[in-house]
Design a protein around this ligand. Structure first.
Ligand code: UDP
Length: 361
């Protein structure tokens, strides 16, 4: 990286799905120099020689490696997370360590040295809707989740699904406390199901286990297998296109005073669907993208959540963000509708995986 006077951002997890898209945008804008840390760099090969980028191949929890990099930066963006429901029920210790314990050093260092910490959290912190728990039914479950007033509602201890939400909640509370007591400058981001090209993996090709729903459905579509609806596919999600998510982070960087010590929901409330509706829309888009005849059969099947993910699986029934705060303070507005977001994401999978899947057979 050239010596220069741009603010330096330390991007932890620069090689992941969100990181690779964000890195691309930060470098294209020319206003920042970026030190990126990750163990993987396959998604960012095209950026490795960029004059404003220094890639450090290191474990993001290697404190000794990280400390000098953070010391050189004025902003730290931490994207590191294990965020995959299958891991919550199969590797909960690792989920808690990576999502809560490891980032603690980062908080201490940023607080001591004055870096602005932009920490990615999750919409999962909201858990289930209050309406679902109180048995109020669907009528009340559509209430918007508000960063500063909505309570967090999780399941019992043995429902290990919630270990990720609990870890991120405690991370948020720790950051909040350090802001309150020790002058930490921070911004917390709660993503609502970001989707886009280069997200997740296909089991047997570039990962193992059960990825998130977009990748599960794409795997099924591309292998000609049935799409599985967990517990009937009644849960609902808001899917947010990655370009809108990257816009939101750029808006935070552009509004440092307004973003200071705030939590922001980042999601597109107009893009809500049930998982059953998602399956149908993806089938329709897949037929169109692949120019399959209408009589080409694509099946949908149902599966019990605990059967797929293991004991301890529960689901978040619904989560629609209020984005009023991000609109007001950051002038941010999501723009990509569901159809467009799905089509671009699915095309990304088709381009990347068609040959790889053939080779994996
Ligand atoms: N899901 C599904 N079929 C699959 C994978 C996931 O019906 O093959 C459901 C899952 O039970 C949940 C929703 O899709 O209701 C979203 O799950 P995902 O793993 O993408 O992440 P989450 O939003 O729960 O963190």
């Amino acid at each position: 990286m050239r010596v220069e006077h741009n603010p330096v951002i330390c991007l932890l997890g620069c090689g992941g799905f969100i990181g690779s898209h964000l890195l691309c945008r930060l470098l294209a804008g020319g206003a920042y120099s970026v030190i990126g840390v990750d163990i993987a760099s396959d998604r960012i090969q095209h950026l490795l020689d960029h004059p404003h980028f220094e890639f450090v191949c290191a474990d993001v929890y290697d404190t000794a490696a990280l400390e000098p990099l953070i010391a050189k930066s004025s902003i730290v963006i931490s994207l590191v997370a294990l965020c995959n429901p299958w891991l919550y029920t199969t590797r909960p210790v690792e989920v808690i360590e990576i999502n809560y314990l490891h980032p603690l050093n980062l908080i201490r260092q940023c607080s001591a040295q004055g870096q602005w910490l932009i920490q990615f959290s999750t919409s999962e912190v909201y858990g289930k809707t209050v309406a679902a728990v109180a048995g109020l039914g669907d009528d009340a479950s559509h209430q918007l989740l508000d960063e500063d007033t909505t309570p967090f509602v999780l399941g019992p201890l043995a429902a290990q699904r919630w270990c990720y939400a609990a870890a991120k909640q405690l991370l948020e509370r720790t950051i909040y406390a350090w802001g309150f007591e020790r002058n930490l400058r921070y911004t917390i981001v709660r993503p609502f199901n970001f989707i886009g090209p280069r997200m997740d993996y296909i089991p047997g090709v570039d990962g193992e286990g059960i990825p998130r729903v977009m990748a599960c459905f794409m795997e099924a579509l591309m292998k000609g297998q049935p799409l599985k609806l967990v517990d009937g596919g009644e849960s609902r999600r808001v899917f947010t296109y990655i370009d809108d998510a990257v816009d939101a982070v750029c808006a935070m960087l552009a509004h440092p005073v307004q973003a200071r010590n705030q939590v922001f929901n980042i999601g597109n409330p107009a893009n809500e669907v049930s998982i059953a509706q998602l399956a149908q829309r993806m089938i329709d888009i897949y037929r169109r993208l692949r120019m399959l005849p209408p009589h080409h059969e694509i099946a949908i099947t149902k599966i019990d959540g605990c059967q797929l993910y293991g004991e301890g699986y529960e689901d978040s029934d619904r989560r629609i963000p209020s984005i009023a705060k991000a609109q007001r303070l950051l002038q941010w507005q999501p723009r990509v509708g569901l159809e467009d977001a799905l089509e671009k994401t699915m095309q990304g999978y088709i381009d990347y995986y068609t040959t790889r899947l053939e080779q994996a057979v």
